[in-house]
Design a binder for this molecule. Structure first.
Ligand code: NDP
Length: 285
């Protein structure tokens, strides 16, 4: 068997085009502010892509650059200013932050109503409780991809490899909300290969190149590879051995071009949802 490819680049582009159409019809432009501290090379690239995608779709997007040695209090004041600014619908603080700054304190300073990354404990708690709120972009993007593949999640055995606050935990919560039977695996889990083999939907978010072997994948399973790992030759690779897993899976995401582009599309989606909730009282889902 050779798996069908879930093309996140194409799905992401379609979502962004749909958002652009909706924004053209609005009487205002949703405002997104991305705060970047310092010059971490990956953050420079990510923030530029987010700003470009937002502007292309018609958002009022600005990047706020602060120096590497900025005081935590200055960053917190910047966020307070954005919280109070009625033109700003979405605030994203790019991670990682320099070591002298308490990242959790900063994430908790963002108004939950403008928290388009979905990292504020209020939004994380709402998701865990099955309540509407702003949902982290990467797992939200994975749900779009599963819908694209026509996966019936109700009652399906889903396995999430990784339990970070950014990907694994919200991913499991979203799958559970979609009525899947969810197993979470992490560094202390036993029999990881056997657990993965039981998955009809397998989401890998570990950050270990090619950890998921071909024979960990059940015949016909849907394999979503969130991992982004840099190989010694500079190229990117996922957490799944793509070639081997493709021989077993029904659907699989490539890296790059799978989950990555969905993350930006969902950031824009969240920003529109936050704008409509705040300005037009359209309830969040
Ligand atoms: P973290 O490092 O925060 O979490 C990794 C998780 O994997 C932890 O829960 C850890 O377990 C678990 N883990 C690590 N090693 C093993 C192992 N040997 N066996 C089982 N579980 C293990 O990473 P993130 O969740 O932030 O990111 C995961 C990957 O996804 C990374 O490659 C990252 O670059 C990528 N990513 C991609 C995005 C995209 O847009 N495509 C967005 C965000 C992340 P424990 O909790 O026990 O330590």
């Amino acid at each position: 068997m050779t798996a069908q490819i879930l093309d996140g680049k194409a799905v992401g582009a379609r979502i962004r085009a749909g958002l652009a159409d909706r924004i053209m019809a609005l009487p205002f432009r949703p405002g997104l502010r991305v705060v970047r501290v310092g010059e971490d090379p990956a953050s420079v690239v990510y923030v530029r892509s987010k700003d470009r995608a937002a502007k292309e779709a018609g958002y009022d997007s600005e990047t706020i650059l602060l120096p590497e040695d900025v005081a935590e209090s200055t960053l917190l004041e910047t966020i307070a200013g954005l919280n109070a600014d009625p033109a700003v619908d979405g605030i994203l603080v790019q991670l990682p932050l320099p070591k002298h700054i308490d990242a959790q304190k900063v994430l908790e300073a963002v108004d939950p109503a403008k928290d388009v990354d979905g990292f504020h404990p209020v939004n994380a708690g709402r998701l865990a409780a099955g309540l509407p709120g702003l949902v982290p972009c990467t797992p939200k993007g994975v749900m779009h991809l599963l819908a694209e593949a026509g996966v019936k999640l109700s009652g399906a055995r889903a396995v999430v490899l990784g339990r970070s606050a950014i990907v694994g935990r919200p991913m499991a919560a979203l799958l559970l909300a979609a009525d899947a039977t969810v197993t979470m695996l992490h560094s202390r889990s036993r029999d990881i290969a056997a657990e993965c083999r039981r998955a009809e939907v397998l989401v890998a978010a570990v950050g270990r190149a090619n950890m998921v072997q071909g024979d960990w994948v059940a015949p016909g399973a849907v394999v979503i590879d969130v991992g982004i790992n840099r190989k010694p030759d500079g190229k990117l690779t996922g957490d799944v051995d793509f070639e081997a897993a493709s021989q077993h899976a029904g659907w699989i995401t490539p890296v790059p071009g799978g989950v990555g582009p969905m993350t930006i599309a969902c950031l824009l989606e969240n920003t529109l949802e936050a704008a409509l909730a705040r300005r037009a009282r359209v309830p969040l889902e």
